[in-house]
Design a protein around this ligand. Structure first.
Ligand SMILES: [Zn+2]
Length: 147
């Protein structure tokens, strides 16, 4: 899902939270909203590392090309994993949730990440690309070590 959609959906859900729970602090609302799209920083970091360019436009271009390759591979029946995105793993979500038990701010970051990940899941399931994502950090690490 494109960042602009994550920002839009994050904003809508932040407004809904504000309406349902009007006493929620502005800080928590802001953390929820920001984490609902900044979790995609790992996509940017991937693009920056693979292309050795820091520009945001470059990262968008990288993912646009990657998307076209994905589509081609999918058509040919090739089912392989895509880039690894550590912030999108179950383990990272659990870590932030655990921190949320210590500091409430992290709980709202977790909720924003969870919301983002659910939107991602719906989107990639709809496209039929679920196999491309590595959901577990440990799986990725195990494969990395084996190589
Ligand atoms: Zn994402």
């Amino acid at each position: 899902m494109l960042p602009r959609w994550h920002i839009f959906l994050g904003l809508i859900s932040t407004i809904l939270i504000t309406l349902v729970f009007p006493n929620t602090s502005m800080l928590y609302l802001l953390l929820f909203f920001l984490s609902s799209f900044l979790i995609d920083f790992d996509h940017y970091a991937n693009a920056a590392m693979k292309t050795n360019k820091l520009g945001l436009r470059n990262a968008f271009e990288y993912h646009k090309i990657l998307g076209e390759i994905e589509k081609e591979e999918h058509k040919k029946g090739l089912r392989r994993k895509g880039d690894f995105h550590p912030f999108h793993t179950i383990e990272f979500h659990l870590l932030v949730l655990l921190l949320g038990f210590l500091w409430t701010s992290f709980f709202f970051i977790f909720l924003g990440m969870l919301f983002h990940s659910i939107m991602d899941l719906i989107s990639i399931q709809y496209k039929g690309y679920l196999y491309r994502r590595e959901f577990f950090f440990l799986n990725w690490l195990r494969k990395k070590v084996r190589r």
